[in-house]
Write a protein that binds this ligand. Structure first.
Ligand SMILES: [Zn+2]
Ligand SMILES: [Zn+2]
Length: 432
């Protein structure tokens, strides 16, 4: 009992002292981050020039592992196929903070005329294609390599440990059921972690800005597959058959009522998109089958469950009313990226400190998805957006992610290095 009382009494003193001690590392972070800016740019250009598809990030992973080892960081390779995990043990006890960068590129052929333009090609799902860092994951890798260098330089002063997740296959792979963050979590990388942070470069947000959102920030993505089977008939005598084309049209319209009549759109948006309908062969034949595929985007587990339930009710009941048979599949892919509200509130001052209050953007929900969400399902996490559009650029005229003209201005990298480093030391200071 003695031991119990004493820490309770002196807790506020330790708390404040520790917080100060850790955030007093901020100036050292700033100067180290500035000093290595050109190295970060160089790493990024090299990775940009040699992009690799998901689960094939061999060269990138080796570059990362060699760098971490040169800093005295303990390295595990081959995590979730090609991932690399670095472990930096701080000089003092404290929490373990994970930082994540994704390493994979996309089957896109680069159109930018750059000295470090992508040179790689690959076969993707049987098709020859160029490979390009068209989502900016090259910048994430280079920034996190920079953070590792910054934090390794002050490891004796760190009151806790840092895990560096260099993750493969964020964009998903066509030839495996489980990959990327989900597989890393399954392999146990989050077990000793207290909090996890990550960032995404944004091609349409100006350099020098950071965007964040508390709570559900990016959507869960699920695939929708519907096969309707009716009874084939002559197009001139539809009463003798069961028409899956008319039924599928009713289903498309019915699905739209989920968002207008079932979802509380004042809380969070949702999307149900039918992306393809296939059925029929000529003017005067009512076909037997129609196949429909689509995508579902939701924010948070409750909303996801509601939307899935309504899809099931609408699809099965419309099919039944027509006398058609239906096979409905909803395949869950990535869960919603949910920024822990308490952690987000705690870390907001760190963002404001690196970028200045006027440059912090409160983001609307993004209907795109991110597999960082798998880490956040294990422990509190925060995922932010880092500006990558050149200053004064017009977002509406700037190529978006996943396109051949996707381009990132290098001026925001140091801000990324500083912000992730601040997250680590500020979190350690608060959790001491
Ligand atoms: Zn992407
Ligand atoms: Zn991405």
């Amino acid at each position: 009992m003695k031991k119990l009382l004493l820490p309770l009494l002196i807790f506020p003193i330790i708390g404040t002292g520790a917080a100060l001690a850790q955030s007093s590392l901020r100036p050292a972070i700033d100067s180290k981050a500035n000093a290595i800016e050109s190295k970060v740019v160089e790493w990024r250009r090299d990775i940009h020039m040699h992009p690799e598809l998901g689960n094939q990030e061999f060269r990138t992973a080796k570059k990362v592992a060699d760098h971490l080892r040169s800093l005295g960081i303990e390295v595990t390779e081959g995590v979730a196929v090609t991932g690399v995990v670095g472990y930096l043990k701080g000089g003092k006890p404290g929490p373990t903070v994970a930082l994540r960068a994704d390493m994979d590129a996309l089957p896109v052929t680069e159109r930018n005329d750059l000295p470090f333009k992508s040179v790689n090609t690959a076969t993707y799902n049987g098709q020859e294609t160029g490979v390009m860092h068209a989502c900016g994951h090259d910048t994430h890798v280079a920034i996190l390599m920079g953070v590792a260098e910054v934090l390794a330089s002050m490891k004796d002063d760190l009151e806790g440990n840092v895990k560096f997740f260099f993750q493969p296959a964020e964009e998903g792979v066509y030839d495996a059921d489980i990959a990327g963050a989900e597989l890393m979590v399954k392999e146990g990388v989050m077990e000793d972690v207290d909090a996890v942070f990550g960032l995404h470069i944004a091609s349409q947000m100006e350099v020098g800005k950071i965007g964040y959102r508390s709570g559900p920030a990016m959507a869960a993505v699920d695939n929708l597959e519907i096969t309707l089977t009716g009874r084939q008939a002559h197009g001139a005598s539809p009463w003798s058959g069961i028409d899956p084309i008319v039924t599928s049209s009713q289903i498309v319209m019915g699905l739209q009522t989920i968002l207008s009549r079932s979802v509380n759109i004042t809380e969070n948006p949702a999307v149900v998109t039918v992306g393809a309908i296939h059925g029929g062969i000529r003017h005067n034949i009512i076909p037997e089958k129609v196949e429909m595929i689509g995508t579902i985007r939701t924010f948070g587990d409750d909303q996801q469950a509601l939307v899935h339930k309504r899809i099931t009710e609408i699809v099965t009941n419309i099919a039944e009313s027509a006398g058609a048979e239906v096979d409905l599949k909803i395949e869950k892919l990535y869960p919603s990226t949910v920024n822990d509200p308490a952690l987000t509130a705690e870390m907001l001052p760190s963002i404001q400190a690196t970028v200045g209050e006027g440059n912090v953007i409160s983001m609307p929900p993004i209907t795109g998805a991110e597999d960082f969400s798998f880490f956040q399902r294990e422990k509190p996490g925060l995922f932010i957006n880092l500006g990558g559009m050149k200053k004064g650029g017009d977002p509406s005229k700037t190529p978006s992610h996943h396109t051949p003209g996707f381009y990132i201005d290098e001026g925001g990298f140091t801000l990324g290095v500083r912000t992730l480093s601040y997250f680590v030391v500020d979190y350690m200071g608060k959790k001491k």
